[in-house]
Design a protein around this ligand. Structure first.
Ligand SMILES: Cc1cc2nc3c(=O)[nH]c(=O)nc-3n(C[C@H](O)[C@H](O)[C@H](O)COP(=O)(O)OP(=O)(O)OC[C@H]3O[C@@H](n4cnc5c(N)ncnc54)[C@H](O)[C@@H]3O)c2cc1C
Length: 509
């Protein structure tokens, strides 16, 4: 991809086939992040993005379709499982935290370079808190704290079980509880709330201002590899029905829930055996400023028995468009659509000979999940509010409205003759590196930078040596295990806190 290619779709008089170096499918946080990374590495490559909806970040990356937690494993208990001997396994938490450090650095680079605006418009400091009730869970939280407190990535994490201190920090969650009830917290001051929709919009504006062609209301319908390894991608203008063929050297399928279908259509062997299981969700939300003022934290509890990890109840401070609000959930549900604006046929049409056994295997082995989803689906609004009041008895449930969250498509992967349901994010890449796509949803948008760096490393391995200095400009800890270099870690954390205005002094300003 050396020469600057001629451009892409123009109105009707354009030739039937146009050309681009990089074709991004979907205007969510993943494509936006990959596009911005590539623009920084190879400013002369042509980039075209196609989005089926009319604007960026209308699916999972919209601020009201996700919880906006900057996942760095400070509070999510599913990243720190307890072993049978009572000790706590923190390996997953360390990985997720390091991935989030790359996001913080890349966003700080964006602010310094001016392609991201006022950081308060997309990231805000909000403490991250784990919350449990009862002696056994308090003992687990104490062990979790002991396993993390000396780790520089989790510096400052506290264990709190004093009821008056808990009441001071979380008044709405403490009011109305019996004095005899054991409560405990792990408290990290350095957490964040992120508006991934705004971040997506700013990254795409930067791309558009720097020559990328961004097309809304344009759906990618098909893609096929040519003999010279490039791809012919058929896109359809959803307003006029007009179809165009685009020739691309590299394709990234950042289509969220739509990625599985497109990767299946591409015919790459690497997608065989993968399936998807859609889980829909709802949140309770209030924009009442008095309630929002009474709770400033993202508080994650323990999931109910049989519930998947993404169903952990949490009460979140959200900062969207400069206004604080509270959100509680998620309440899981079922819909066969793979996108919020998807089709009812999404699930049945995703079943192929290559993934039939994986899908059947998961269907037979996932009874507890199915039972959990059915129970969640049948819940009335009153029962949902009861869940909120159990978590935060000091809240008035009447102030909350139910909103529909984004659609998650959990990855099903072949496992022998059966399949396994996974809750993480997984990049699928063709062996020749000309196409990649992202399946799954967790830890999701927070770790978009690490996920997209992985895509670059896999697909452009031969360019990495040349790119390394630029990658280090964008993410100074690129390629470094920050646990092994605590000076670098604290320097970078101080720098990104200052640049992203996350330090306590900045919050008071
Ligand atoms: C309920 C919920 C809570 C979450 N909470 C968090 C959280 O707290 N923190 C966190 O970090 N992550 C969270 N996530 C995950 C996070 O939202 C996602 O990982 C992330 O937004 C995915 O970004 P994406 O760009 O891959 O997909 P999306 O944002 O869904 O974007 C994909 C885009 O592709 C478009 N598209 C699809 N098919 C086509 C096609 N054929 N042609 C053209 N365009 C197409 C879609 O219209 C869409 O705009 C949550 C997700 C959900 C659902």
């Amino acid at each position: 991809m050396t020469e600057r290619s001629s451009l892409v779709i123009r109105p009707r008089h354009t030739p039937a086939v146009v050309h681009t170096d990089v074709l991004l499918v979907g205007a969510g946080i993943m494509s936006a992040t990959l596009g911005a990374l590539i623009k920084g590495l190879e400013p002369d490559w042509s980039i075209s993005l196609f989005e089926r909806l009319g604007a960026p970040a209308l699916e999972s990356s919209s601020p009201w379709n996700n919880a906006g937690t900057g996942h760095s494993a400070l509070c999510e208990l599913n990243y720190t499982p307890q072993r049978p001997d009572g000790s706590v396994d923190v390996s997953k938490a360390i990985t997720v935290n390091q991935q989030f450090q790359l996001s913080r650095q890349f966003w700080s680079h964006g602010v310094t370079q001016g392609f991201l605006g006022d950081p308060r418009s997309f990231v805000n400091a909000v403490p991250h808190v784990s919350f449990v009730r009862g002696e056994a869970d308090a003992a687990y939280l104490k062990a979790r704290h002991a396993a993390l407190v000396d780790n520089p990535l989790f510096e400052g994490i506290e264990y709190v079980d004093d009821r008056s201190e808990i009441a001071r920090r979380l008044p709405l969650m403490s009011a109305g509880r019996s004095d005899d009830e054991t409560l405990a917290l792990n408290w990290s001051e350095g957490g964040t709330d992120v508006d991934f929709g705004e971040l997506t919009r700013q990254l795409l504006t930067h791309l558009g201002d720097n020559g990328a062609e961004i097309h809304y209301d344009t759906e990618v319908r098909n893609l096929k590899q040519n003999a010279d390894s490039t791809w012919t991608v058929v896109v359809k203008d959803t307003r006029t029905g007009e179809k165009t063929r685009v020739n691309a050297r590299f394709v990234f399928v950042g289509a969220g829930g739509g990625a599985l279908h497109l990767l299946q259509k591409s015919g790459i062997p690497e997608i065989r055996g993968f399936g998807g299981f859609p889980v829909s969700g709802q949140f309770l939300r209030t924009t009442n400023p008095d309630l929002a003022k009474g709770h400033h934290a993202k508080v994650y509890g323990k999931p109910p028995v049989g519930a998947p990890p993404m169903s952990v109840p949490h009460l979140d401070t959200r900062v969207v468009d400069g206004t604080s609000s509270l959100m509680f959930g998620p309440y899981a549900g079922f819909s066969p659509r793979f996108l919020k604006e998807g089709r009812l046929t999404d699930l049945p049409f995703s079943i192929r000979p290559g993934n039939l056994f994986s899908m059947l295997g998961v269907g037979m082995n996932s009874m507890p999940l199915t039972v959990y989803l059915v129970k969640e689906l049948l819940k009335s609004r009153e029962q949902r509010v009861e869940g909120l009041l159990e978590f935060a008895p000091g809240i008035d449930g009447d102030d909350f409205e139910l909103i529909t969250a984004g659609q998650r498509v959990q990855t099903i992967r072949r496992n022998g003759l059966s399949g396994t349901l996974e809750f993480g994010t997984c990049a699928v890449t063709h062996r020749d590196g000309t196409i990649a796509g992202l399946l799954g949803a967790s830890p999701g948008a927070s770790t978009a930078v690490a996920a997209m760096v992985d895509v670059l490393e896999t697909c452009f391995a031969d360019r990495l040596d040349a790119w390394r200095p630029r990658l280090l400009d964008m993410m100074p800890s690129y390629g470094t295990n920050l646990m092994m270099d605590t000076t670098l870690l604290s320097d970078l954390r101080r720098w990104s806190d200052k640049t992203l205005r996350l330090s306590p002094e900045d919050q008071l300003a």
